[in-house]
Design a protein around this ligand. Structure first.
Ligand SMILES: C[S@@+](CC[C@H](N)C(=O)[O-])C[C@H]1O[C@@H](n2cnc3c(N)ncnc32)[C@H](O)[C@@H]1O
Length: 214
């Protein structure tokens, strides 16, 4: 069977089946559209929520907070006792993430660490039940991608989830020519070759790499 191509019409259909987002998520979606902030959007947000809920993720680490949008989906998926640590180097985005998470009632269970990811990770040894890496498009080269992959992998507990967005890189991973596509293809190869992971790419939006650690 040929896979379904997700047309705009199908996208709208699926969107119509999602629950209505609350005021905070709606405002962050509008802000992202206006300011060009690359957030995961509602479908992938819900997928993150479902995965966090299925894994009963209580300690959640996110690399690349932007405005707190995906973090809020994850945190709500983890439920009442869940906590989120999310890293963002852009001060304005980190501030908006903090205020948005506080407004959504997640102020006490969410920490936005304003720093470069590698500096921040030195202070965050884990373990975490779920690590969501949303920095695949932000690394300069394959060495940085491998460093990011190893840092995430080390911090996921056995049985926990390692997730990464943009695993299909607009489809460019098939024949990667640019640096960003090569970076993402490298990440996917590392995941596939890692004996401690069982993994699949879910082709929703730009592709979510979903891996569980043995
Ligand atoms: C794709 S966006 C995150 C979107 C967010 N996860 C969401 O869906 O709501 C990536 C974010 O990572 C931040 N970033 C890029 N490089 C970084 C680095 N080296 N350390 C920390 N944050 C970084 C960018 O400023 C940007 O806001």
């Amino acid at each position: 069977m040929k896979p379904v191509q997700v047309t705009d019409e199908l996208e709208d259909y699926m969107l119509g089946l999602l629950p209505k987002r609350d005021a905070v998520l709606t405002r962050l979606e509008e802000h992202a559209a206006r300011e060009g902030v690359p957030i995961v959007g509602p479908h992938e947000g819900m997928l993150l929520h479902v995965l966090a809920r299925a894994a009963n993720a209580k300690r959640i680490l996110e690399l690349g907070a932007a405005t707190g949008y995906s973090g809020l989906w994850l945190l709500r998926g983890g439920g009442a006792e869940a906590s989120l640590t999310t890293i963002e180097m852009d001060p304005a985005r980190a501030a908006l993430a903090r205020s948005s998470l506080a407004e959504a009632g997640a102020g006490l269970s969410a920490e936005v660490v304003e720093d470069d990811v590698f500096a921040a990770l030195e202070r965050l040894p884990g373990p975490f039940d779920l690590v969501f890496d949303d920095l695949l498009n932000s690394m300069p080269d394959e060495r940085a991608i491998e460093r990011l992959f190893r840092a995430g992998l080390e911090r996921v507990r056995s049985g926990g989830l390692l997730l990464a967005d943009n695993a299909l890189r607009l489809g460019e991973v098939v024949r990667p020519s640019g640096q960003q596509a090569r970076n993402v293809a490298t990440y996917n190869r590392l995941v596939a070759a890692e004996p401690s992971l069982v993994a699949v790419i879910v082709p929703l939006r730009d592709g979510l790499s979903v891996a569980v650690k043995r």
